[in-house]
Write a protein that binds this ligand. Structure first.
Ligand code: BES
Ligand code: ZN
Ligand code: ZN
Length: 489
């Protein structure tokens, strides 16, 4: 549990108090805290540089067992992400040390170059997200999440900050839910299992749910989606989640790629490229978790979440290179490569959403191309949209939440590369270059007149090595960004 409390340090019994200390500026205005910092800085081993720390025991006048002063680095560099990272790293260390309960002293608003709510939000986010461990499959749980993390503020600040803790808890719970889904191995999240898991969680939080099952998909001719699912023993589905608050004025839609495992199909992945493909449903996980979070936050807009779920496997029933299928929208597609499966399931979901719900804005998230990771690396997502205003809004939300996005081009002349001799389109571009762009152009053919953006999260959806506020595995990249964005749209 994570909370925000105004307490008197002289009387409140505290096991462990964390004090963030800036290297070159006073950032606390509490007399006692500043006394602690003065003492710490007198020690040779502590300069308050980033990562420095020192523990003081039995500090005179305080009911605190240990005070850990931790360096925040230079004042100039302190922003929301530094605070997030700081708190994530602190929580990690405290977990390693086996602590159960910690307090963190929040710096004073006037002394930081950001607003108090932004500082508190970032600190709580870092702590909350950093306190998650994916340990479902470990018999011996070596690092256990802290039971309680309290942020200590002064009584005057309490009123203004009241709404922050519940909001941060809800949004971080969404990110963590996405992380758990993504990190779950594919043998425990077949399309049937993943569908069930999403539906049961969504219902619990009051979302309207609808599942199109294999027979419905066949009946309504989701030919592109079904072509991807053909090789698997598992049955595909399309989950539609709906958050419909009374009086909502506009309809927004989210679409998420839900490939529970991407072997490549008959164009089977080689070398190490198949490892990690359990995370090929990250777009789906992020959309489902965002929908749940929006419902819990009682967001005002009407939002549709469309989640096509399949497994991409080779078998005697699998779709072959050269096969031609008819998409939900009616366009025929030659399967140039069975490993370009994400775009096939996305276009059927997008066409369905456009036809049935006519949203004002539609955004899809997908671990779509390795090419996007080549272009932007593992931490930045690619944004593709003909609508620059929408791109800017996405990028702004990405900067605020540190789920960073970069706008990529959608050059119309590259559409040439998707031509097929026999069908309306080929799912594989004729050039091996610019693969993230040609994939996005393929999707664009199915966005109709709807304002649409595609976010390629192939890089940031998953990390092999843990970071300050995210352990190894799924990152949940996109949940915080979308929650921020949808409140603005
Ligand atoms: N799921 C992959 C993309 C991917 C690659 C995600 C690396 C995360 C990390 C996607 O389905 C795929 O296989 N894309 C191919 C497209 C190609 C066949 C046109 C790719 O990127 O190589
Ligand atoms: Zn693939
Ligand atoms: Zn894929």
């Amino acid at each position: 549990m994570i909370g925000l409390k105004a307490v008197d340090l002289q009387t409140q019994k505290i096991d462990t108090l964390i004090v963030p200390v800036c290297e070159d500026r006073k950032i606390h205005d509490d007399r006692i805290i500043n006394g602690v910092i003065k003492k710490a800085l007198q020690l040779k081993e502590f300069k308050a540089e980033k990562g420095d720390r020192v523990t003081l025991y039995d500090f005179k006048g305080l009911a605190t067992e240990r005070i850990i002063c931790v360096g925040l680095g230079k004042f100039k560099k302190i922003d929301q992400e530094v605070l997030r990272t700081f708190c994530g790293a602190v929580v990690n260390r405290c977990m390693q040390a086996g602590f159960e309960k910690i307090w963190v002293a929040v710096p004073a608003a006037e002394k930081l170059k950001m607003e108090m709510p932004d500082a508190v939000e970032a600190m709580m986010e870092g702590a909350c997200l950093g306190n998650h461990v994916f340990a479902k499959y470990k018999k011996e749980k070596k690092t256990k999440p802290l039971k309680e993390i309290n942020f200590r503020i002064k009584p005057e600040a309490a009123g203004k900050l009241r709404k922050i803790p519940p909001k941060v808890r809800t949004i971080c719970a969404g990110t963590i839910l996405a992380r758990e889904w993504i990190s779950t191995p594919s043998n425990d999240k077949t399309p049937e299992q993943f569908t069930r898991s999403i539906v049961s969680k969504a219902r619990k939080y009051g979302l309207k749910t609808r599942v199109l099952r294999e027979k419905d998909l066949k009946q309504h001719k989701f030919g592109a989606l079904l072509a991807v699912a053909a090789g698997s023993q598992s049955k595909p589905s399309m989950v539609i989640l709906e958050h419909k608050p009374a009086g909502a004025k506009k309809t927004l839609a989210l679409v998420g790629k839900g490939v529970t495992f991407d072997s490549g199909g008959l164009n089977i992945k080689t070398g190490g490229s198949m490892a990690g493909m359990k995370a090929d449903m990250s777009g789906a996980a992020v959309v489902a978790a965002t929908m749940i979070t929006l419902a819990r936050l009682k967001t005002k807009s009407h939002v549709i979440g469309a989640i096509p779920i399949v497994e991409n496997m080779p078998s005697g029933k699998a779709t072959r290179p050269g096969d031609i299928v008819r998409s939900y929208a009616g366009k025929t597609i030659e399967i140039g490569n069975t490993d370009a499966e994400g775009r096939l399931i996305l276009i059927d979901a997008m066409s369905y959403v456009v036809k049935k719900h006519k949203p004002l804005v539609m955004i899809d998230l997908a671990t779509l191309t390795g090419a996007c990771v080549v272009a932007l690396g593992e931490k930045i997502a690619g944004v593709f949209t003909p609508d620059n205003e929408l791109a800017q809004a996405i990028i702004a939300s990405g900067n605020k939440t540190h789920e960073r996005c970069w706008q990529m081009p959608l050059p119309q002349d590259y559409k040439e590369l998707l031509k097929s001799d026999f069908a309306d389109l080929n799912n594989m571009a004729s050039s091996r270059w610019g693969g993230a762009i040609t994939a996005a152009l393929f999707l664009a053919e199915f966005s109709g007149d709807t304002r649409w953006a595609h976010i390629d999260i192939a890089g940031p959806a998953y990390i092999k090595k843990g970071e300050a506020y995210c352990g190894p595995g799924g990152t949940g990249f996109g949940v915080r960004l979308l929650c921020d964005l949808i409140a603005k749209l």
